[in-house]
Design a protein around this ligand. Structure first.
Ligand code: SIN
Length: 284
């Protein structure tokens, strides 16, 4: 019997009694999916998944799309991105310091991600949490005049962390090769998105890849994005998820901002990540 336990009053759910090492029944999957959309963030502790099993679960949630950083795709399944600070024979086995600033996945692509899933393989002795911020609650709490001002605005996005463009910094967006950079373009997304499944409105990607607002001078657009970001990252909207080995964490990229935390480069941390687009070719 699965129990869904809230992780905070407004978002995040711990699913207990689920075994993801075998395919879930339709009923169990429906329960998981409903809890995911309701809470925006789902945590399942202590699983031991093969790459194929992790991938099969992702395929039930949406269409996996491999990350542009292709040198760290999992050798068995390219849809899995290996996040890791571990080096073997002097070479990194995965992407270190990926996403160490608040952002939402694939907001720099024409079609943003629906969900991201992490599976923890090696857990550091200290730290290594992922931080989340509920952008639905942040939107709900805005004054009505602000909602009226921002509903309908369109934001320009590009791969990057607008708060840190220093390529030597650990909190810059992970560096791309020239070939990878050439695959990316400027894209536009609404500043406020109504969720295609729940209908609930949320601030979308006010931190990370957002660099300007259509119809506004650059400084004005950035000032508004910064104001919304400061509002959206207040402690009351945040939750930190700490990992044990085998945890599976799934979040809704249209409802959450998230950030990795900087961990000691000598304290091994490895996770597998799959990011999925909406199932069945839905527009978003
Ligand atoms: C990510 O942004 O996908 C990485 C999250 C993490 O490593 O905690």
């Amino acid at each position: 019997m699965t129990a869904f336990v809230p992780l905070s009053p407004s978002f995040g759910t711990l699913a207990q009694g689920l075994d993801l090492s075998a395919p879930l029944s339709d009923e169990a999957f429906a329960g998981l999916e409903a809890a995911f959309y309701r809470g925006g963030l789902l945590v399942v502790r202590g699983q031991r998944l093969t790459p194929a099993r992790f991938h099969a679960l992702a395929c039930r949630i949406g269409r996996p799309e491999p990350h542009v950083i292709d040198q760290f795709h999992h050798p068995e399944l390219a849809d899995i991105l290996v996040l890791s600070n571990v080096r073997r024979d002097g070479r990194p086995i995965g992407l270190a310091d990926g996403g160490t600033y608040f952002h939402t996945d694939y907001s720099y692509l024409e079609q943003p991600a629906r969900a991201t899933m992490l599976h923890s393989i090696t857990v550091p002795s200290k730290g290594g949490e992922t931080l989340f911020a509920d952008q639905r609650a942040a939107y709900d709490d805005l004054p009505e005049a602000t909602k009226r001002r921002i509903d309908g605005l369109v934001v320009r996005h590009h791969y990057g962390n607008r708060d840190d463009l220093d390529t030597r910094s650990r909190t810059v967006a992970s560096l791309l090769t020239d070939a990878q950079e050439q695959r990316l373009r400027w894209v536009r997304h609404p500043l406020v998105m109504a969720h295609p499944v729940t209908g609930r409105k949320a601030l979308y990607a006010v931190s990370g890849s957002s660099f300007g607002i259509d119809g506004m001078p650059d400084d004005e657009g950035l000032a508004l994005l910064d104001e919304l970001k400061a509002h959206a990252l207040q402690p009351k909207y945040r939750l930190a998820v700490a990992y044990g080995v085998g945890d599976v964490v799934i979040w809704d990229n249209l409802s959450m901002l998230h950030s990795a935390t900087l961990t000691d480069p000598d304290d091994p941390r490895t996770l597998w990540r799959i990011t999925v687009k909406p199932p069945g070719g839905l527009p978003r």
